[in-house]
Design a protein around this ligand. Structure first.
Ligand SMILES: Nc1ncnc2c1ncn2[C@@H]1O[C@H](COP(=O)(O)OP(=O)(O)OP(=O)(O)O)[C@@H](O)[C@H]1O
Length: 219
């Protein structure tokens, strides 16, 4: 099992009192499996991704990722988790503006001690980035930036990829093409995928689908 959540709950303090965002969530994801997480705006999808990646902590319950108990890790342990085990593809890319495409592509792999020039070359070719390797993020279209963000995550070969609306900034045709390529490449690396999407059409392309409603999972 790459990911397991047991009785995970998360609350936020608000001016109106405590808000329960996730209630008693149980969820498992096996090696190489892909799961789509859907749900209305505000249902807790991003919060769940933040907890799994160690960007935020649950108030109750246990989260295990790649054999590490995330809910018990300190800040250093959670940073190491994101460096070594988990790869994140955000809707807003988070590319490094001062680095060119080639350096952005290899950045996480280098941090994780898993630089592999042959794999990076293959990724840049298959993602159509080879002619763009010397450019900087601001010189790229949105679709090109998204392909760099996907390549950067895959280059580091994480065991679990978390993606938050990874094609949300692309039109349907480009979004579908990038999604197909992303799923193909992820399948080749054997990574598991947990993807947040509003689109039931995209969700249907993954192995399993779960829906969050008022902080609970409905399948
Ligand atoms: N730091 C915070 N403090 C208080 N409330 C928060 C905080 N972060 C999120 N929330 C609330 O938690 C709920 C879940 O937010 P979350 O971002 O996880 O939803 P989501 O399903 O990802 O929504 P969307 O699809 O719109 O991105 C929302 O009601 C939101 O207002």
């Amino acid at each position: 099992m790459v990911l397991s959540l047991r009785s995970v709950s998360k609350y936020y303090e608000t001016a109106e009192g405590p808000l329960t965002v996730l209630r008693n969530i149980d969820l498992d994801l096996g090696t190489g499996e892909s799961l789509a997480l859907t749900g209305e705006s505000g249902s807790g999808k991003s919060t769940l991704l933040h907890l799994v990646s160690g960007l935020d902590r649950p108030d109750e319950g246990r989260i295990e990722v790649g054999g590490r108990v995330v809910s018990e890790l300190d800040d250093r342990g959670r940073a190491a988790l994101r460096r070594d085990v988990v790869g994140i593809v955000f809707q807003q890319f988070n590319l490094i503006p001062s680095l060119n495409v080639a350096s952005n592509l290899g950045f996480h792999a280098a941090l994780a001690g898993r630089s592999n020039p042959a794999w990076e070359k293959q990724l840049s070719e298959r993602l159509g980035l080879t002619p763009l390797l010397d450019r900087y993020p601001e010189q790229l279209s949105v679709g090109q930036q998204q392909r760099v963000a996907i390549g950067r995550t895959l280059a580091a070969r994480p065991s679990l990829i978390l993606a938050d609306e990874p094609t949300g900034n692309l039109d349907e045709t480009n979004g579908d093409a990038v999604m197909a390529l992303m799923l193909e490449l992820i399948a080749e690396t054997g990574a598991a995928l947990l993807m947040v999407t509003h689109s039931t059409r995209l969700a249907a392309r993954l192995d399993r689908q779960v829906k969050l409603t008022a902080g609970r999972i409905v399948t």
